[in-house]
Design a protein around this ligand. Structure first.
Ligand code: ADP
Length: 420
């Protein structure tokens, strides 16, 4: 017999110096309160808090650890003035974002000591993310003693990729010995928008071929065939693929060797390619933010114009490639800060997709206002869709799914389409 579905689900996303939270009432998939504690362990930490009725505030947070940050969040959630729960006992389950599940995790899991050890083992693949993600889980275990925790991995959705997509063309031993392969990221977002697009189109995801483009500061694109990932642009790390705010994306690996031979250290090259490249590096305007680059470009800055052309060209080239390996597609889906909000970038990209049967309706493109919308003309064979992502809600749904179905009955990942 399935367990009763948890209703009050807390979603936690713990970063190195931040703790983001959303409290959901999952019987209506409604957020009750959300916010973030930032600058944990640094000077002047603060809390931003927003309640479902619009009440919001920002205040100084006297915390220096993630556990203290969580205690502060808990105090607010039950505060008579700004709270949304009568008692902390009302929290029935906690879902956590975990960036890297390596090869261990093909699906979300209920946290156990073994799971924590496995997440720790994956830390070498995501040294900046997995340790704080685990710290968030441990803080919740301390504060909420008997409440189940579920880990939801950014990499899990991509586990259905075939070996021909996830292997690099280097000797196979390197995959076996060191786990060098493509893992993919933003999986929770790609999964959310895939299901949401199926809803919008009124078709089962199992019958659709989609190209989902998550375009934020980090950006990735995924070919989704009937709910399974066929390929994705990020690789063993989130550096590969599209041109991003500060990351280079695809680059000839020999560039790295060349720079190393010229005396740059691995840390120097890491900083160059992750923090100083992409829109920031090409435009030279001191910002990798797309809005700043569009403003500079429209003011006539030729380097910013070039940076945007590169961003668009790389994206179009991936769309063409994924359209081909999918053997045609039903829709290309735009999400993330740029994908959801930039009328201009969508226009630039879609105007190059005519050969795939995708034609922009400029009026629909202008009027999306952050809502799900089809922005291609009604006779387009390949639809263009804007779909706001909601990774927190996806994590809450996964948490409910894991805790409602007895674990033995959870289908093998992607052997069938779960009803998330
Ligand atoms: P993150 O990857 O950090 O979560 P977001 O998904 O919030 O980031 O996306 C941030 C990016 O979205 C920034 O480059 C920002 O400039 C861009 N963006 C947000 N709104 C717009 C807009 N109206 N036009 C163009 N770009 C936008």
């Amino acid at each position: 017999m399935p367990h009763r579905a948890p209703v009050n689900v807390l979603v936690v996303n713990a970063g190195s110096s931040s703790l983001k939270f959303t409290m959901y009432a999952m019987d209506q998939e409604k957020f009750l309160a959300r916010g973030i504690v930032e600058r944990i362990g640094l000077n002047e930490p603060f809390l931003k808090y927003e309640r479902h009725d619009g009440k919001s505030f920002k205040e100084q947070a006297l915390v220096s650890t993630h556990e203290e940050a969580l205690e502060l969040v808990c105090a607010k959630l039950v505060d008579p003035e700004v709270g949304v729960l009568a008692s902390l006992m009302d929290v029935e389950a906690i879902g956590h974002r975990v960036v890297h599940g390596g090869e261990n995790f093909h699906d979300s899991v209920i946290v156990t000591n073994e799971v924590k050890n496995n997440i720790r083992e994956c830390s070498s693949l995501a040294p900046l993310h997995n340790p704080p993600n685990l710290g968030g889980i441990e803080a919740c275990e301390q504060v909420f003693e008997d409440v189940p925790n579920v880990a939801v991995f950014d990499t899990a959705f991509h586990h259905s990729m075939p070996a021909s997509s996830y292997l690099y063309a280097i000797p196979y031993d390197y995959y076996e010995k060191f786990g060098i392969r493509k893992y993919g990221f933003h999986g929770t977002s790609h999964k959310f928008v895939s299901y949401a697009t199926a809803d919008l189109l009124g078709a089962p995801l199992g019958e659709l071929k989609l190209i989902t483009a998550h375009l934020g500061n980090g950006a990735s694109i995924t070919a989704v065939e009937r709910g399974n990932v066929l390929d994705t642009s990020m690789g063993m790390t989130p550096l590969n693929g599209l041109v991003m705010g500060t990351r280079c994306g695809d680059i000839d690996p020999a560039v790295v060797l060349y720079l190393a031979r010229r005396g740059m250290t691995p840390d120097d090259i890491d900083r160059l390619l992750n923090k100083c490249s992409g829109l920031l590096g090409v435009s030279g305007i001191g910002s990798g933010d797309m809005r700043d680059n569009i403003t500079a470009s429209q003011a006539g800055n030729m380097q910013a114009q070039r940076a945007i052309r590169m961003f668009v060209q790389r994206l179009v080239s991936y769309i063409g490639s994924y359209f081909t390996i999918l053997g045609g597609a039903d829709a290309v889906v735009f999400t993330g800060g740029i994908g959801e909000n930039s009328v201009y970038i969508r226009d630039q990209v879609i105007s190059k997709l005519g050969c795939l049967g995708c034609h922009l309706d400029p009026e629909k493109n202008r009027q999306t206002l952050g809502k799900p919308a089809i922005i291609s003309t009604s006779d387009s064979k390949l639809k263009a869709i804007v779909m706001p992502t909601n990774e927190e809600l996806m994590i809450a749904r996964e948490t409910v799914r894991l805790l409602t179905i007895p674990s033995k009955a959870i289908p093998a990942p992607h052997s069938s389409i779960p009803s998330a």
